[in-house]
Ligand binder design. Structure first.
Ligand SMILES: [Zn+2]
Length: 330
């Protein structure tokens, strides 16, 4: 059914579409430029020029590798929640908190009504899509995750904050669709952190996507999915992009007990490891997937965003994904 939806949207994909989750590492010159910008040594315009250069590099690299559904690589983003919070009225920047590893970010604070400020990601999507004939995913962080990773000092409770964010982010989705985007990924890495709140995440996703004509993907990771599966299948999206390899494909056992009913972007390489998986390892992971999932539903990609790897590691991990996808396609 989802394949038919893609066809109807004019998106023609081979079996086992190869894609990636969203972020790629920033080249050294961009890391340097971001530091320079934060110290006032270069202008916003100079920084953006280098962000565009890095985006073009990753689009060309994905084409060269043979990726089927591209991403812009998020070269213009720092943190995936702060990026949106910094641009939406209603948020104030909070103090530094630790996210993962040794990474710190300013946890946003909701201090007023959250509003859509006008297109946030659309310009980047248009730029990236203008560089390639292959489809580029639209990409935003979902309302539940933005709520969960922020402090709320304005709304009565977490649900009210989440639904207000959903109404704002829906306008971003509409703007992406109006610009011609057909595949839109709404990241919800926080989906499983509070299983009792899954209904809130589902209601919010309904508010974001209901009645809108695009193929929707959601990415979730770091999961205790045994607590939210199969209920999470009620999330109104076409495709779940899931971290499978880092957990040793544990979720396949859940899928055996209760059939997975959506398309899946099946993570076949671990983004937390420097080691690039060899072809056999990746092939075995896809074989395992196919013992439970129909081949028409399987996309192939890394577990999560590749931004914490080096540029070279990210390229090699993507290459491994494409090689596996092609091997099974033939
Ligand atoms: Zn992830």
């Amino acid at each position: 059914m989802s394949r038919q939806k893609l066809e109807r949207l004019g998106v023609h994909l081979p079996l086992f579409p190869a894609t990636s989750v969203g972020s790629f590492p920033k080249p050294d010159y961009l890391v340097q430029a971001r530091a320079d910008f934060s110290k006032g040594r270069i202008t916003q315009q100079q920084l953006e020029e280098l962000e565009r250069k890095a985006t073009a590099f990753w689009i060309a690299k994905q084409e060269e590798l043979g990726v089927d559904v591209l991403v812009d690589g998020e070269q213009y983003r720092g943190d995936m929640v702060a990026y949106f919070a910094e641009r939406m009225p209603g948020f104030t920047q909070g103090g530094l908190v630790r996210s993962y590893g040794n990474r710190y970010y300013h946890k946003p604070v909701i201090t007023g009504a959250v509003l859509w400020p006008g297109p946030i990601t659309v310009g980047w999507w248009k730029y990236a899509q203008g560089l390639t004939a292959k489809p580029v995913k639209g990409m935003l962080t979902g309302p539940y995750t933005v709520m969960d990773w922020s402090f709320n000092e304005h709304y009565a409770d977490r649900k009210a904050a989440c639904l207000a964010l959903a109404d704002a982010l829906r306008q971003e989705v509409q703007a992406l669709i109006a610009a011609g985007c057909r595949i839109i990924q709404i990241d919800e890495p926080a989906l499983s952190v509070r299983p009792e709140e899954l209904p809130i995440a589902i209601e919010a996703m309904h508010r974001v996507t209901n009645g809108l004509d695009a193929y929707f993907i959601t990415h979730a990771c770091y999961g205790a999915f045994e607590y939210i599966y199969p209920a999470m299948l009620d999330l109104p999206v076409d495709n779940f992009d899931l971290e499978m390899s880092n957990s040793g494909l544990d979720m396949l056992a859940l899928f055996r007990r209760h059939p997975f009913t959506k398309d899946i972007s099946f993570g076949v390489v671990d983004v937390h490891s420097h080691v690039v998986e060899d072809a056999d390892t990746v092939r075995r992971r896809v074989e395992q997937a196919l013992t439970v999932l129909p081949k028409e539903r399987v996309w192939v990609d890394p577990d999560c965003g590749l931004k914490t790897r080096t540029v070279e590691e990210a390229i090699e991990k993507l290459r491994a994904c494409v090689a596996a996808a092609r091997a099974f396609r033939n």
